[in-house]
Design a binder for this molecule. Structure first.
Ligand code: AKG
Ligand code: FE2
Length: 333
């Protein structure tokens, strides 16, 4: 099979990248972390000295496996011993460890003093949610050769920025439309996936190797796959852009509502049980008319909010000056 043709990503200088609204695909921005103290400070000695005993999550990749792993916990100090003393193993001969998705904000908030979220990524609609439903979305990754992250898109349509502080990291990316065509088990380094799915769809595979000083912006819903050609340190965060807020909210709400739907089913089952009982024995809440009225009003209130959203969606195109009703008439006269 012929090699997969890849298209390099666009690169911008920090000064040229002012507004994410003007950027409509993944892009590398150079120089965003020039002012960060973390650049010189975050060495293995520093992490060991300041945070050695901190528990961290690690992915264990067994010999022969580039993508499949089991999750385990160790301490940062023990992981760094492994990281510094074990030779890299790109041939996958032995077991490997990848310190990935470490939520350092929760465990070591002092690290937040060593960098600033770049201005261009500073709008994050999750900040507007009530505190009870916000979630961790900033991580450190200590990249390990031979340990890859398989094809995925980030949860809830969140966008991401990935800042490489040392070493290098390679990503391939495809659009949401192209990624949506891929089958389970497909990948962006797989010739079969390319020949059977991506090429017939006319999809472009973007590739970038990030080096120290590079920050990659991945817009929400873009599919990507990640390799670590050498050891690297990456700081990354997910965030919600206003232009994708509704998509985020509906997916996030679905997730939040899962436990609630279990409760709803329990309630409906109880009502059915009472309704089906032949002889009505002790009176239930449902025999109380005021109770039923209250419950019915509550259900209508909950439903009304969604109905209003549905109506707003239906009106959207029709009411806008460039909406469907206002397109140039094709059969005028
Ligand atoms: O660097 C990696 O291994 C994965 C990064 C990524 O895509 C993610 O955290 O969602
Ligand atoms: Fe990702």
């Amino acid at each position: 099979m012929a090699p997969i043709p890849v298209t390099p990503l666009r690169t911008l200088d920090a000064q040229a990248a002012a507004d994410l609204g003007d950027i409509d695909g993944p892009v590398v921005i150079r120089g965003l972390h020039a002012p960060w103290r973390a650049r010189g400070l975050w060495t293995t000695e520093f992490f060991r000295r300041e945070y050695g005993p901190t528990p961290v999550p690690v992915r264990n990749y067994p010999a022969g496996s580039e993508y499949d792993y089991t999750l385990a916990h160790t301490t940062l100090g023990d992981f760094l011993d492994y990281w510094e003393n074990t030779p890299a193993d790109t041939a996958l001969v032995r077991d490997r460890q990848y310190l990935a998705e470490w939520n350092f904000v929760r465990d070591c908030p002092g690290l937040l003093d060593d960098f600033d979220i770049p201005e261009i990524f500073s709008e994050d609609c999750i900040e507007r949610l009530p505190e009870q439903v916000r979630f961790g979305r900033m991580w450190l990754f200590f990249g390990e050769p031979g340990c890859s992250t398989g094809l995925h898109r980030d949860t809830f349509s969140t966008s991401a920025w990935l800042a490489v502080l040392s070493g290098s990291k390679t990503l391939r990316l495809v659009t949401p439309e192209a990624g949506g065509k891929l089958r389970p088990g497909d990948g962006l380094w797989s010739a079969a996936s390319y020949d059977e799915v991506l090429r017939p769809a006319g999809a472009v595979v973007h590739e970038v190797t990030l080096r120290a000083g590079d920050t990659l912006y991945i817009p929400g819903d873009w599919y990507h796959e990640v390799r670590n050609p050498e050891r690297n340190l990456m700081l990354t965060a997910n965030f919600v852009e206003e232009r994708r807020l509704l998509s985020f909210l509906s997916q996030f709400e679905t997730r939040l509502i899962e436990p609630i739907s279990v409760l709803r089913r329990a309630r409906n089952a109880q009502v059915r049980t009472w309704a089906e009982r032949e002889e009505k024995t002790p009176p239930t809440e449902l025999d109380d008319e005021a109770f039923r009225a209250r419950e019915a009003a509550w259900v209508r209130g909950m439903t009304a909010e969604l109905e209003e959203y549905g109506r707003a969606l239906a009106r959207w195109g029709a009411e806008r000056p460039d909406g469907p009703e206002h397109e140039a008439p094709s059969d005028a006269g």
